[in-house]
Design a protein around this ligand. Sequence first.
Ligand SMILES: O=c1ccn([C@H]2C[C@H](O)[C@@H](COP(=O)(O)O)O2)c(=O)[nH]1
Length: 162
Amino acid sequence: MNFTILLEMQKELDEKIESQHGLRKEDLINEKILALLVELGELANETRCFKFWSVKPSAERTVILEEYVDGVHFILSLGLTFGYGNELPPRMAEKKDSLTSQFNQVYSLISVFKNDISEINYAVLVDNYMNLGEMLGFSWEEVEAAYMAKNKVNHQRQQQGY
Ligand SMILES: O=c1ccn([C@H]2C[C@H](O)[C@@H](COP(=O)(O)O)O2)c(=O)[nH]1
């Protein structure tokens, strides 16, 4: 598994967004961290994994996958900002024993990364976000394909003045 193609696609999308809106990626760190936290919340909301007070089922798998790859966009985008993500270390993180705990773990790791933007903290975040994807039942091939589809939509949105 490698990120090379996705990083290249993310770079192209980010550059389009930056030039269209007259921004520099170095100035968008806070926004992208918050965007990632928000996407993670949207993802959790669609799974409904923490809603012990409700009997409604989770959203459809495709909806959950789309939310998941929105998060992948911002993770890659943050990696590109700091030159991280080209060489990911081997998968080492252990999965938590419930989806809710895994979500809380990823939230914590986004904060850890925000407070100390190091390559190791980035790699640990990526590792745990990938574990979250596996716990949601997604293969890497599915994630890649869904990422590519959403990346295309994001380009179209920019062209249409989103
Ligand atoms: O610099 C950016 C800004 C946004 N997005 C993408 C990530 C998500 O797929 C989507 C989020 O857009 P909303 O649907 O939340 O507006 O935009 C990027 O890839 N790079």
